[in-house]
Design a protein around this ligand. Structure first.
Ligand code: FMN
Length: 229
């Protein structure tokens, strides 16, 4: 399947055409378009109207300086210690298999063999180039916040992702940025009380990148949704 780069005209189209996009065109996003997305996303709901998202949008030189430094550290084998664990460990079924299948489908599309650890690591490393996107977004949160505010930020991310689709843009939400809290702080200058929670790539999808043909599986809705009627 080829990635749908049309401007979504309905919420349903935006939801169905959104995929985590791991390859972008070298084409800037117009500033007005970008600011329009963040203007509208202000209307995201949050418990108690706390609006716990602190958002840093990097483009151009600041973006290149940031990702350049992170990639430089990666090449020297340096990381900064994850701010949180991505998944419960060990993960149990069926989530364990869902996660495994996602990886197998992605590496399969890219022609990367199971035992080709260096190639797999290179692909994971693409996270830290924001997959070549012209816009890198970093969301920081006050360390005193907890699960209810993480929910709010999840809703905020989905708002951004759907608004991006309306503009013909694509996105990739990225927990991966939890691995570079110090470099994030250096480049965003966020206050000491905050820490990186999540990032996002945004830009025009490259339809020629095979990785963008990945359509991830989903459970049937009746597996996870219970109607009590
Ligand atoms: C909060 C969050 C964090 C994620 N972090 C990453 C990440 O660091 N790197 C990545 O490649 N994908 C990341 N993803 C993308 C998921 O793998 C993806 O959403 C899932 O496999 C479903 O695929 P889809 O988004 O293409 O529908 C993240 C998604 C979410 C919602």
């Amino acid at each position: 399947m080829t990635i749908n780069t049309d401007n979504a005209k309905t919420v349903t189209q935006a939801i169905l055409s959104r995929i985590t996009t791991r390859g972008y065109l070298d084409k800037p996003v117009p500033e007005d378009m970008l600011k329009g997305i963040f203007e509208t996303a202000r209307r995201t709901p949050s418990g108690g109207n706390l609006q716990p998202w602190n958002v840093h949008v990097l483009t151009g030189e600041p973006l290149d300086a940031f990702r350049g430094e992170v990639i430089g550290k990666l090449m020297q084998g340096q990381t900064e210690g994850d701010t949180y664990q991505a998944y419960p460990s060990p993960l149990w079924e069926p989530m364990r298999s869902w996660r495994y299948k996602l990886g197998e489908d992605m590496y399969g599309l890219l022609g990367i063999a199971k035992d080709d650890k260096p190639a797999r690591l290179m692909q994971v490393g693409q996270n830290f180039n924001f997959f070549g996107a012209p816009v890198g977004i970093l969301v920081t949160i006050d360390k005193r916040m907890d699960a209810p505010q993480f929910i709010d930020i999840g809703i905020y991310l989905q708002t951004l992702m759907l608004l991006a689709r309306e503009q013909g843009l694509h996105t990739a939400p990225q927990g991966a940025w939890r691995a570079f809290p110090e470099t994030v702080k250096k480049h965003t200058n966020h206050p000491d009380e905050q820490q990186i929670l999540v990032g996002m790539s945004m830009g025009y999808a490259d339809p020629d990148k095979p990785v963008n043909d990945l359509v991830s599986d989903r459970a049937g809705f009746s597996e996870l949704v219970n109607f009590h009627t």
